[in-house]
Design a protein around this ligand. Sequence first.
Ligand code: AMP
Ligand code: GLY
Length: 438
Amino acid sequence: MRVLIIGSGGREHAIAKALDRSRHDVEIYCIGLSHNPGIFALCNEYRVGSLTSPAEIVESAKAWRCDFVLIGPEASLECGVADALESAAIPCIGPKRKLAKIETSKSFARQLLFASSVPGIPRFQVFSDLHGVSDLLADLTDGYVIKADGLMSGKGVKVSGDHLPDTSAALRYCEELIAAGSAFLIEEKLQGVEFSLMSFTDGTTLAHMPAVQDYKRAFVGDSGPNTGGMGSISDADQSLPFLAASDIEHAKAINEASLKILCEYAGEPYTGILYGGFMATRDGVKLIEYNARFGDPESINALAVLQTDFIDICQHIIDGTLSRLPVRFERCATVCTYGVPEGYPYSPLKGGIIDVSLLPAGADVYFAGVDERDGMLYTTGSRTLAVLGKAPTIPQAAAIAERLIAAISGPIFHREDIGSEQLLKKRIETMNSLRSKV
Ligand code: AMP
Ligand code: GLY
């Protein structure tokens, strides 16, 4: 079995590790943005190249005679890599462009799901000019969120009270988006605690992964700017300590309803990973956004506890037979902590030298924004590398992750509080206080 991975971040290293654990005889190939030493060590062949050139990717998949392709990043989905592979009759884990719009266009996602009465959609409106904006802002008395429509790596979302101190700041941001030619959404600001629920799917059946929480803020105590994710946690019971059992059931039901609507709209199956970003609120679970791929770092947690053979899952997704495969996860908590370059996210240091030689043998490490040259590891500017702790409880897993990341030296920093008891308690208290107000 020859598998081509597109992408070279921590997520793709986690994918490569999961493939490498398969009982099948697997040969791994990869096209990445830099020379990722972790993926390289597991690969038969590795090429540094563009992740958004469908023709080149198809050419490599053919040259390497790959049985299927696994797409990591959303940019590859948006530029039609899955479409090009389908035209070349090469199976792919990752949806075609029309289906990936569930991630790449926020207005499309909200409008499609709202029109189909999928539950958990917050109040929203789509704009391309200022007409009606002031009225809606005045109406959303509990706060609002303004979102640029396209892929913005999380940077196009501004929240009232957080990034937008008052109405004039909100209007200025809308004007900025209009001047840039971007449509935008304004929606009600939700109060609660966020979590992710990713599901494998063949377009009909969903196999849900454990819920994961991404720690998005750059600095300890959930302070500082939003990032791609500084770390993430999952728990042994596949839920999270601040969620009620009904929250997980609601999130699963929203993923199921959304998949059905999306496939009906496109007239073809969505294959790959459907990743719902949710907020648990006092009124139940609300949908923040969809992603059409594995989360990074969330996939590191989920794949680390995946017991079912990953190649079997991919094969059943490709064959449309996922309903016949029980997908199981180990009953363990996980904590993933990212080390990121100094200055991240606004002005990250590139070319800093990283030393991992003091990591203990068997440490679970995921290389990401690292370039290996002449035996040295250099930061590329995006998140550098992640470590994972696995243990019976989240704080125990956090202690393992902290020990591992502390053994890495170089101009990087990390959050010491991913999975800490203190932050878990804070999230539980937030949910308890919201629920008591119902
Ligand atoms: P998105 O790119 O849509 O996932 O939004 C990025 C971040 O903005 C989310 O992870 C939330 O922290 C925040 N956010 C998005 N939509 C809302 C909302 N309706 N209410 C409160 N926060 C939100
Ligand atoms: N961790 C957020 C994402 O993968 O989009």
